[in-house]
Ligand binder design. Structure first.
Ligand code: SF4
Length: 358
């Protein structure tokens, strides 16, 4: 079987109470969460993301990682960084594991968004300790919303000082987040911050950052409720496994879509089932236009010529230009600023179901 890109949601339990995610209100029960027996059934993968909830809540996480290393070339764990000792211990055992810590802004903003007392200090201390120990694959991630957009470039600079990866996202609504009211209110203000970040990324000498710049350009397009810049191929060579053993195409659908249950079936049986085919049909027609790294990264690899041409134009054809990128390259931004398109029209095209009350 061809190697896949998998995301394993090991738990829906979470110690944080983020304002853009209600998952903490619907946690999984410890006793119903996927076991090693189920994880052993996963196929070979070129990349695995372990996420939650908060994955480090699971005390057997190192057993899960050990098992996944038998199948996966690369593993990255997404965490809020709160359980410093557990994270350091796991990194000692698995020196190649990637750690991505979500930090939602500088101290005050982060703590109010996360609903986690001392969350910033805990996350930041974990990051610093990993750097001190020279852990090779560390980074942080930020979900940009109105409340934290102003911290975007400052956090990127902090990541540079610490020689770390910096991953961005924006608000999404789905069954996974148990949320349907997330939306960016001041689109122009938030887009401007993304524009500043994109210009910083394009200034760097790192090709990886130039491609990140393209991803952030896609985020501006997303917050203006536009069609995805690249097709979505979830469920074709990508899957999500949830804590109940259900294999799903992604975490962006309104209701949970299930291709089959790995507790009761083999992966091959499930992957080739008619139920999985039905889900793939829905993906082909999906209009949700998410722009999350889990679905965009495989698409950027598959359609590499699209981001590569964008990078070439912005990095090299504008080599001597101080400002290489403008958000007005997207027609919708121009139209919005000149009131040709209204906020209500854009809200109506988003996945936010409470948009009419906004
Ligand atoms: S656009 Fe892709 S990732 Fe988003 S809900 Fe649809 S199928 Fe899932």
């Amino acid at each position: 079987m061809k190697k896949l890109n998998g995301t394993v949601i090991v738990t829906y339990r979470c110690n944080a109470k983020c304002n853009m995610c209600n998952r903490y209100k619907c946690p999984s029960k410890k006793e119903e969460e996927i076991t090693l027996e189920t994880i052993k059934k996963l196929p070979p993968m070129y990349f695995t993301n372990i996420t939650g909830g908060e994955p480090f809540i699971r005390e057997d996480l190192s057993d899960i990682v050990r098992e996944l290393y038998k199948k996966s070339d690369r593993i990255v764990i997404s965490t809020n960084g709160f359980f410093t000792d557990r994270i350091l211990k796991l990194c000692e055992e698995f020196p190649n594991v990637g750690i991505r810590i979500s930090i939602e802004g500088l101290e005050e903003t982060n703590n109010s968004i996360r609903g986690l007392e001392n969350g910033f200090q805990r996350g930041y201390q974990t990051l610093k300790k990993l750097v001190e120990r020279k852990h090779p694959d560390v980074g942080f991630g930020m979900t940009v919303q109105d409340a934290n957009a102003k911290d975007l470039v400052a956090l990127y600079q902090l990541s540079n000082e610490l020689h770390m990866e910096f991953a961005t996202a924006s608000l999404h609504n789905s069954f996974y987040f148990v949320e349907n009211s997330n939306i960016i209110h001041d689109r122009l203000k938030v887009a401007k911050e993304f524009e500043n970040l994109i210009n910083e990324l394009l200034k760097s000498n790192s090709p990886k950052k130039w491609f990140r710049a393209y991803f952030n350009h896609g985020l501006i397009n997303y917050i203006f409720s536009q069609k995805r810049l690249l097709p979505c191929n979830m469920a074709f060579d990508t899957f999500f496994l949830d804590p109940y053993g259900d294999v799903m195409p992604c975490n962006g659908t309104k209701e949970k879509e299930v291709m089959g249950n790995l507790n009761t079936m083999s992966f091959e049986e499930l992957w080739n089932s008619s139920q999985a085919e039905e889900v793939r049909k829905k993906v082909r027609n999906c209009q949700r236009n998410c722009w999350m790294i889990g679905s965009v990264s495989p698409a950027m690899h598959k359609y590499i010529y699209v981001p590569a041409w964008w990078v070439f134009r912005h990095k090299f054809l504008r080599f001597f230009k101080k400002k290489k990128y403008s958000m007005y390259e997207l027609d919708i931004v121009k139209k919005y600023e000149s009131h040709e398109v209204s906020k209500e029209e854009l809200d109506a095209c988003s996945t936010c179901e409470k948009r009419k009350e906004v």
